[in-house]
Design a protein around this ligand. Sequence first.
Ligand code: FES
Ligand code: FES
Length: 170
Amino acid sequence: MSQPIENQKQQVNFTLNGREVGGSAEPRKLLSDFLRQEMALTGVHVSCEHGICGCCTVRIDGKAVRACLTLAVQVDGRRVDTVESLAHAGELSDLQKAFRKHHGLQCGYCTPGILMSVEAFLEISPKPNEEEIRDMLGGHICRCTGYTGMVRAIKEVVEQRNEPVPLIEV
Ligand code: FES
Ligand code: FES
């Protein structure tokens, strides 16, 4: 006889946006649903649930991953970062500010996943050219913006992050 679903739940302990957290999840629970429903992180957006649109993208151990194609139990012992990790003390990150400045979002539904992908991408490719930026954005579906503002925003952040640090005379 199969076990009642409550008895099938497994403990999941992981680092979420820099904090040690724990919860329990059925083996088939999607990470996207777990983060939204159990961890109250509703910045993780869900749309296609088939790995196509990229709305649900989070970072797992630094890599951009579709949360709708990941099981909650798979993040046990790992580090997960969501869009909620980007702003600090109420201040948006440089990337978020650039998206706002360059109109890289309209309805914003696709935006959390795109921001997480961009951060992971810029860690691997800190000085991408426009073609590489557009190629990366090809992994995300945005129905509103036409992508141009996002490209401008990302290019600006790339420039800012690669500016030489001025020498301080002592
Ligand atoms: S909801 Fe996960 S890729 Fe679309
Ligand atoms: S801003 Fe609306 S889907 Fe991208």
